[in-house]
Write a protein that binds this ligand. Structure first.
Ligand SMILES: Nc1nc2c(ncn2[C@@H]2O[C@H](COP(=O)(O)OP(=O)(O)OP(=O)(O)O)[C@@H](O)[C@H]2O)c(=O)[nH]1
Ligand SMILES: [Mg+2]
Length: 441
């Protein structure tokens, strides 16, 4: 599946891992390799540019946790950015105590009928009681096609050969299956040549008649980035609750289809990877990218990175508590505060302190902390390790000419020196107290 893209990306990874020196040129080369693989897979050029500039920026600016090589860190960045490009994780769990109605929509030949049968089979296997309604009054033999696919699995198909009213068939089918206590009913619909008006109106008609829980758009993956406009057109007629991309087996443009579908904001739930009924896969962006890049390696790498990050956290805390906080440590603290939620929440953890602190001022402080993070990002490594070298011209550079920002840089420095002092004086007791509270259940 998506062999060319896979090969291209894996080669890019191999090259960067094998590079003799990891200078800016090597990173740029890597990013170009990645770009080429994505473009070849018909990923939209804007998406490619945005993703690759993110990868490049992160690769150049982020410091890997001690112990993780920069090369591995770059592969991790690639993994994260590509997964992000393909949308968010989601499962397709359906309730068992009532009937969920799934409406399959999509243009002619996109794979609706095949997917209806595949999905029915998938859910049937997991213990759901599934029925399918065929509302395709357009294609001759549509009902027979569906029945043949479902027959071996004893999944019932409802249809009315001579009825031309799709919405009415849907309504009657639903009544039929409702009385049989099904918990999932899938409606297969007709397709026409394009996202033409008649088709969209028919979808609206069915949708109004039976009020489906989920309209699932079926898109042919071989059309690549055109998925985007197709998904948008359908979405404007019937709110699309999820996408299934078919024919990803052997399609060179599958990467483009996936990225384009994700860019519409809809979640991709399944992908079709063949003509057989079992060729349906639940889609997970991280798992998918893991496989593109070679799963075994990437999992081990991520695991290793996590361990090293934990270790590094531990060391940082030690350093902060002993009063030897650097600006980078402060950045880390700012990040931690953000992870924990709000300052107010942290203050509440320390007995007595909330009565001493004006909590209304905390929100203003939170805004400042966001600003400080931006400031720290524009400091050089040298400045971060030895902030005493901050001359007024350096401050001006960091604040990029804005007077307000200059004030913020100075304020940040004052806060930094004060925190360092407090930590030193209390031997880190305040911090220890917070950490203890936070780790308590
Ligand atoms: N290789 C491959 N072929 C597929 C896949 N999904 C569907 N097909 C094939 O694509 C063709 C069209 O599929 P259908 O399920 O009939 O498409 P449809 O959307 O119902 O078509 P209409 O009812 O005419 O709108 C069939 O020959 C399927 O076997 C897939 O994931 N991989
Ligand atoms: Mg069909």
């Amino acid at each position: 599946m998506l062999d060319r893209m896979k090969e291209g990306l894996q080669n890019a990874v191999k090259r960067i891992l094998g590079a003799a020196v990891l200078d800016e040129e090597a990173v740029k080369e890597f990013v170009r390799d990645v770009q080429r693989s994505l473009l070849q897979a018909d990923v939209n050029v804007n998406i490619v540019m945005e993703a690759s500039s993110k990868i490049e920026k992160r690769a150049m600016s982020e410091t890997p946790p001690p112990g993780l090589s920069r090369k591995d860190h770059i592969v991790k960045i690639l993994y994260e950015e590509l997964s992000g490009l393909l949308g968010t994780e989601g499962n397709f769990d359906l309730p068992v105590d009532r009937t969920t109605l799934i409406l399959m929509i999509g243009i002619q030949g996109s794979g609706k009928t095949t997917v209806s049968a595949k999905l029915a089979r998938h859910l049937h296997r997991r213990g759901y009681r599934v029925g399918i309604i065929c509302t395709d009054t357009f294609r001759p033999g549509a009902l027979t096609q569906l029945r043949m696919l479902c027959e071996p699995f004893k999944i019932e198909v409802f249809g009315q050969e001579h009825n031309k009213d799709a919405a009415e068939i849907a309504g009657q089918g639903l009544e039929h299956f409702g009385s049989l206590g099904k918990n999932v009913v899938i409606i297969d619909t007709a397709g026409r040549h394009k996202e033409e008006k008649g088709l969209l109106e028919e979808m609206q008609g069915i949708s109004r008649r039976v009020s489906s829980d989920r309209a699932v758009l079926v898109v042919d993956g071989t059309i690549g980035q055109q998925c985007y406009s197709q998904a948008k057109a359908f979405h404007s007629a019937v709110p699309v609750g999820g996408i299934i991309i078919t024919k990803l087996d052997g399609s060179a443009r599958g990467g483009g289809a996936l990225a384009a579908a994700a860019a519409t904001g809809s979640r991709i739930f399944f992908i079709g990877t063949g003509e057989r009924i079992d060729d349906l896969e639940q889609f997970s962006p991280t798992r998918f990218v893991g496989r593109l890049l070679g799963l075994g390696d990437i999992n081990a790498l991520l695991e290793h990175a996590r361990e090293l990050e934990d270790e590094a956290d531990e060391k940082k805390l030690q350093r902060i508590m002993s009063g030897k906080m650097t600006i980078e440590d402060m950045y880390y603290q700012l990040e931690q505060v953000k992870k924990m939620g709000s300052l107010r929440k942290i203050m509440e953890l320390i007995p007595g302190i909330s009565s001493m602190v004006d909590t209304d001022k905390l929100e203003g402080l939170e805004d400042k902390m966001t600003l400080w993070k931006i400031i720290i990002q524009s400091m050089t490594k040298e400045e971060k390790t030895d902030p005493d070298i901050l001359s007024s011209s350096r401050i001006r550079r960091i604040s990029r000419g804005s007077g307000n920002m200059e004030k913020a840089v100075k304020e940040m420095m004052i806060n930094y020196r004060q925190s360092k002092q407090v930590m030193k004086a209390s031997k880190g007791r305040a911090l220890k107290q917070i950490m203890k509270k936070l780790s308590a259940p």
